[in-house]
Design a protein around this ligand. Structure first.
Ligand code: ADP
Ligand code: ASP
Ligand code: MG
Length: 402
């Protein structure tokens, strides 16, 4: 029986016509080795950013539904061009949009979640001997509206298709050789990991290591789908992500930096039961993902509450927080985009005070102030000044000898 492979090529791998041709060759060679192939592609290069800039030139706060209609066009360009390139090499191929792939999603625009995949059409095309080129990042809601899955969401499309089609593995092709101990574009000394567990890579991804979309890792772990991250520009082996990786016991596996966040603060909120509940349930209802919450301890009848959100959700979060502040009689709402979250990740962090002390000491030696700290069993995160975040990342990577 033939086995099926799902491959995903990110925007950096299909950024030009030349790159699309090279990717087409790679796919055709793989097909010749006997596997059936479904390929998920992102929009070319910086297309998604350019489309967002176009929308903002018309409306600073464009409606989410129309944003999805606009953003989904990026992937439609790349699937058709890639299919043409493969067709020109004499192979049977078909491009399919998210809706044509049967990718059904929730109706939350700009960050929809996949509800299920009706694989009939893809199965039919594969049975006809075709290579299937699927648009990543997009799906269709119950009412037939086009939806998108959030920035970087093509990884999630790929894993979801791999699971639904019972693929042997899901291969994520990008512009670096695999998953590293830190972003190799920021930290020159970062080292490539030959394998890593779902849990550790999920933590790195959730904390800002842009190499994989967190939901893709979550889904891969849930269904035990082996994930491989490889470079589309060369033949190096990449990083394998699976459950049973036997890894050398280390305190810290990697460092992640998230520069895509902002801090929102509400000042002089009444010190009463139910206030935090009211604020965060309002944000939850708006599908805003909230992180790093702090409430200061005051000796008066009012408190200040701060939290961080993703910059993509900042405008909506500020609007909801202002509404809350007005209702409860808080003094004012402020936000700050000049922050970044730097995190150390590793399963050895739990119950080891040394990691925290080395982390804080390194920041202290650089004279960098810590605004907020948050911890879990496998990570420690600090909110710091964005301007100095990359420098701090390099120093922390060195301090832990990664
Ligand atoms: P694609 O277009 O293929 O989706 P992305 O830009 O989304 O590519 O992801 C790849 C980038 O992720 C790399 O170029 C790298 O700068 C960044 N990155 C951040 N953290 C890491 C890490 N720990 N390991 C590898 N790459 C990382
Ligand atoms: N094109 C989308 C983005 O830039 C999705 C992706 O690349 O995964 O976020
Ligand atoms: Mg990506």
């Amino acid at each position: 029986m033939k086995s099926l492979i799902v491959q995903k090529y990110g925007g950096s791998s299909v950024k030009s016509i030349d790159r699309i041709k090279r990717v087409a060759e790679r796919i055709v060679n793989r097909k010749k080795s006997g596997d059936d192939i479904v390929v998920v592609v992102s929009a070319m290069g910086d297309t998604t950013d350019e489309l967002i800039a176009l929308a903002k030139a018309i409306n600073e706060n464009p409606p989410s539904r129309e944003m999805d209609v606009l953003l989904a066009t990026g992937e439609q360009v790349s699937i058709s061009l890639l299919a043409m390139a493969i067709g020109a090499m004499g192979h049977d191929v078909v491009s399919l949009t998210g809706a044509q792939c049967g990718i059904r999603t929730s109706d939350v625009h700009k960050r929809a979640t996949i509800a299920g995949i009706d694989t009939g059409r893809i199965q039919q095309e594969l049975a006809d001997g075709k290579i299937v080129i699927a648009a990543g990042f997009q799906g269709i809601a119950k009412n037939y509206d086009i939806t998108t899955l959030g920035r970087g969401g093509s990884d999630t499309s790929a894993v979801a298709l791999a699971v639904a089609l019972k693929a042997r593995q899901c291969e994520i092709y990008t512009d670096v050789n695999g998953v590293y101990t830190a972003d190799p574009r920021i930290v020159d000394e970062a080292t490539k990991l030959s394998s890593i567990s779902y849990q550790e890579v999920l933590e790195l991804a959730s904390l800002g290591a842009g190499v994989l979309h967190p939901r893709a890792v979550e889904m891969a772990e849930k269904y035990r789908m082996p994930l491989v991250v490889r470079n589309s520009y060369n033949e190096t082996e990449g990083t394998i992500i699976k459950e049973d990786v036997i890894m050398e016991k280390v305190l810290v596996r990697g460092i992640a930096l998230d520069e895509n966040i902002a801090k929102i603060s509400v000042f002089e909120v009444p010190d009463q039961p139910g206030i935090a509940f009211k604020l965060f349930s309002t944000l939850a209802k708006g599908d805003i993902h909230v992180d790093m919450i702090v409430q200061n301890v005051n000796r008066t009848s009012v408190n200040d509450i701060s939290f961080t959100v993703n910059v993509d959700e900042l405008q909506e979060a500020v609007d909801l927080t202002q509404k809350f502040a007005f209702e409860v009689g808080a003094q004012k709402v402020e936000y700050d985009q000049g922050v970044a979250k730097l995190s150390v990740v590793g399963t050895g962090i739990v119950a080891n005070a040394e990691v925290a002390s080395k982390f804080f000491e390194t920041l202290f030696k650089l004279g960098i102030n810590i605004q907020t700290i948050s911890t879990s069993e496998i990570k420690i995160s600090c909110l710091i000044d964005k301007e100095r975040a990359k420098e701090a990342m390099v120093a922390i990577h060195k301090a832990f000898g990664l």
